[in-house]
Design a protein around this ligand. Sequence first.
Ligand code: GCW
Length: 678
Amino acid sequence: MRIRDEDGYELWLRYRVVDNPDRFSQYRTAIDQVIVLGNSPTAEIIRSELRRALPALLDRSVPFSTHTSEQPALVVGTVQQLAALGLSVQREQSRDLGEEGFLIRTQPGDHHNWILITGHSEAALLYGMFHFLRLLQTQQDIRALDRSSSPRIRRRLLAHWDNLDGSIERGYAGRSLWKWDELPHTIDPRYHDYARACASIGLNGTCLNNVNAQAKSLSTDYLIKAAALADVFRPYGLRLYLSPLFSAPMQLGNLKTSDPRDPSVAAWWREKVAEIYRLIPDFGGFQIKANSEGQPGPRDYGASHAAGADLLAAALEPYGGLLLWRAFVYETTLDTDRAKCAYQEFVPLDGRFRTNVLVQVKNGPIDFQPREPFHPLFGALEQTPLALELQITQEYLGQSIHLVYLGGMWQEILDSDTHAKGSGSTVARIVDGTLHDYNTSSIVGVANTGSDRNWCGHHFAQANWYAFGRLAWDHTLRAETIAEEWIRATWSNDPRVVDHLKTLLLDSWPACLNYMTPLGLHHIMQEGHHYGPDPAFNAAPREDWNNVYYHRADTKGLGFDRSSTGSQAVSQYHSPQREQFDDLAACPEKFLLWFHHVPWERRLHNGRTLWEELQQRYHEGVAFVEKMREVWRRLQTDIDPQRHEHVTQRLNQQLENARWWREVCLNYFGQFVRREDS
Ligand code: GCW
């Protein structure tokens, strides 16, 4: 039988008849009717999702009711609403849920069981409902449910680098989803689908516009358009954020200056923020890029990042608005090693930010490379909450052509131990606020969505959007668990398909590292667009925009010496990490060329010389892509032809690219290796 074609629009919210007979009958028995309490827009969304999902999963109609009867029912309502119905959950069960956490529980009744989905807010119910559907989609046992889950991080945002003209910086899936020309009058139904997808994985914020900002995004016209989007997003629990331009007081307000210390500038921001909150009462706040890559900022006036942040945070504070101040700065006048600059600029400012400010730090100290050690700022700031910024869009990882699952990379970062307060001071605990006892916390993912029918360009890139949301909600989830959930919801529950796709996903990032930047190499992509290899590139106006700056290949060896005999970047890490990174023999080989200039003839742990190992890695990387293609080919009869063909074409291109990477890099680096070392 030919499997029906799919275009990927449904994402992981794909509801198909449960094809496991035991589970199928279990679910049918458990859910005879559905009661969703309340009439709010969110309750309507829950109702319509269940109306869409349950008949599809259970292959029969499921009656909706407003009152209890003698039938087993799924009941969705807040703790208060349930109590009014005589279905109270015990206090200790709901106490620790917090505002957004949910509880899903099987409650025995006199004649039958209830399945209760509850929490303290409507958003909690929405998250609980999507979680429950995920249990069915992935065919879990639901006979004795007792699960509660609360987000570990409070503000879980997607950041869109979308420009107002519809283009997307580092976007590889078509145009922006936001149709500014049509707003506020025309509401594209896709806005609802976007918010629904975000809510289904627990995201609660979206920053609409590029951090390389335009002043216009804060103009009244555009705020009215943004407010129309906020109205769509609100019942999905998704709050809106914007990226302001620091010099907006001049560009938009015609002031003579944007100096953060000038009272007229402060007054302008206060008035602008008041206007925003009049239009969008639950506005989340600002995310700003200042004094970085040409963006204006406080340093233009001799003021610090803290002074700049204070200006905006003071305006947001009365409304509970948050300021995400990005630490992606690299004034190489401060230090010739770009990896050290942000630390130098921000450490002296620790403790000088208002309580509604989070300093937003990328996972690594350079820039979303295929792999980086964690950013040393995570261990360094002790009085400033830090937001973690991850890049979902694959700027440096093959864009929407390469199949690369990023769950493993993010897990590695979150699990990294900074040793800031002794061992166990992981990046995750710093970001979720528990290490330093902060009550604000945030994680931001640079979105990979666009107007492409399948949202993310590559069908498998959807897994990264999904994984980001799931980890943002609960960073203790493992990349493997998330991958399996996603596969079951997006492709199939057939164990053969699940197993094969799991290997493909989990080994895709290590493979990409091997064929692009093994052993800690970084920033050797082609200039500007960052697609494809160009280790020889050396023509940029700034030294640190050249690729030779990063790999430093010469006849002696390869790699950037950031040890105590080199740039001393290792000194920005705490002991014992610092000593470990510093010591060539102890440095984890995955970061070898990040921290050391390693002689070509040096033997690595497995006995191979650096040059031999480099060759080996490039070959292994290519070999894995060959394997991916083969595995995918063997799944042809299990997957719908349309999606199968789409992925096949991309895997073909990925394989060509992997070979290209291998050839260019080995030819280039090989020139430096003397014959007796090879
Ligand atoms: O990764 C780099 C990108 C820029 C981006 C910048 C940033 C939005 O190449 O396109 O600009 O980082 O994060 O600000």
